[in-house]
Design a protein around this ligand. Structure first.
Ligand SMILES: *Cc1c(COP(=O)(O)O)cnc(C)c1O
Length: 352
């Protein structure tokens, strides 16, 4: 490491993104990307862009996009924040709502970025254990004395809380901010999103992304929805950090995506149907598969550790992800790809 590295940076353990290998063609089932392209109109807009327009900075307010998102989610434009991926929206929330030494509570098994941001911001992470069946017990969060962050559905388990259970957590203490990361909510059933709670609770911050259900992982767009005051706090951090955080191509393409609701519903529906079919097949082959409200399944092979399962699939040209968390060493997370990709996965598993 550089001798110029500061003490704080030296102490960090950065997040490890899923592999994006360039050495050969893999069937990529390791980073929860959508197997289908963005909607045709968004694709056309991307193809038609005039390169000269990139001389100019994008609209720092992203006003047209925020208005579209507001219309889609039934809120006002001042209740919407947009970020360069939801990772950025999450990071800004950490900087906006915490001071060094504060505590934040989140599940002991969840999105790998939460502990990294906590570390970066000098926070104490209060890790609340999942139940033995890997579900979140909402009762454990009622008495937590800090702000709370939960991915719902959770990653990498795919299990979810119903909005009513989130409501119990919100209600328990209005002085705690409850951040719900809904990266996968479009793949969950009705009654999971916390959106309907927004009008009744001032301590709810919902974070979402276009990466998973809208095929925008490479374009980078995330958003947050909350009260105008909470959104203004995120904007405060953005204007202290990177005012042009969402590029102009992403802004126009995202508007086109929001305008094609039918395409959105159809791709999400296809992914869910494939997920349910693959879950049944894997269980039929003797794997343990947790119920999933997301575009991935968390599965364990009866004979192989998560790591060996991952390696055996990699050998066959299929990438999945395993995590070296002590509680989930038997598991691998498998993203839901196209039906063809998933059939290749099932064939590969049959072969060993
Ligand atoms: C993928 C993911 C995100 C981040 O996605 P972006 O690509 O940064 O929008 C956030 N939270 C969870 C739980 C995720 O799985």
């Amino acid at each position: 490491m550089s001798r110029f590295l500061g003490k704080q940076a030296a102490a960090l353990t950065p997040y490890t993104p899923g592999e994006q290998p360039q050495d050969r063609r893999y069937i990529k089932l390791n980073t929860n990307e959508c197997p289908y392209p963005p909607p045709p109109e968004a694709a056309k807009i991307i193809a038609r862009q005039d390169a000269a327009s990139y001389r100019l900075y994008p609209d720092p307010e992203a006003s047209a996009l925020k208005q579209k998102l507001a219309d889609r989610y039934g809120v006002n434009a001042d209740q919407v924040f947009v970020g360069n991926g939801s990772d950025e929206a999450l990071a800004f929330a950490f900087f906006a709502f915490f001071d060094r030494g504060d505590t934040i509570s989140f599940p002991d098994l969840g999105y790998g970025f939460y502990p990294v941001y906590a570390d970066l911001c000098g926070l104490n992470a209060n890790l609340i254990p999942l139940r033995d069946d890997y579900s979140i017990n909402p009762a454990d969060y009622l008495k937590a004395k800090s702000h709370i962050l939960i991915a719902n559905p959770n990653a990498p388990t795919g299990l979810w809380l119903e909005a009513g259970q989130v409501e119990d957590i919100l209600k328990a203490d209005p002085d705690r901010l409850v951040m719900i990361d809904e990266a996968y909510v479009d793949f969950a059933g009705e009654g999971v999103t916390s959106l309907p709670l927004l009008s009744r609770y001032e301590n709810l911050l919902i974070i979402g992304t276009f990466s998973k259900s809208r095929s925008f992982a490479g374009l980078r767009l995330g958003y947050a929805i909350s009260t105008p005051e909470i959104i203004a706090a995120l904007e405060r951090i953005k204007y202290s950090f990177n005012p042009y955080n969402v590029n102009s191509l992403t802004q126009v393409a995202a508007i086109a995506s929001l305008e094609d609701e039918a395409y959105f519903r159809s791709t999400v529906g296809r992914v869910k149907a494939t997920r349910d079919r693959v879950t049944d097949s894997l269980r039929g082959m003797g794997l343990r598969v947790l119920d999933s409200g997301a575009n991935f399944v968390f599965a364990s092979h009866p004979r192989l550790s998560g790591k060996d399962f991952y390696l055996a699939l990699r050998e066959k040209g299929i990438l999945v992800r395993c995590f070296n968390h002590p509680r989930t060493l038997e598991f691998a997370r498998i993203s839901i790809g196209s039906d063809e990709d998933m059939d290749a996965l099932l064939d590969a598993i049959k072969s060993f």
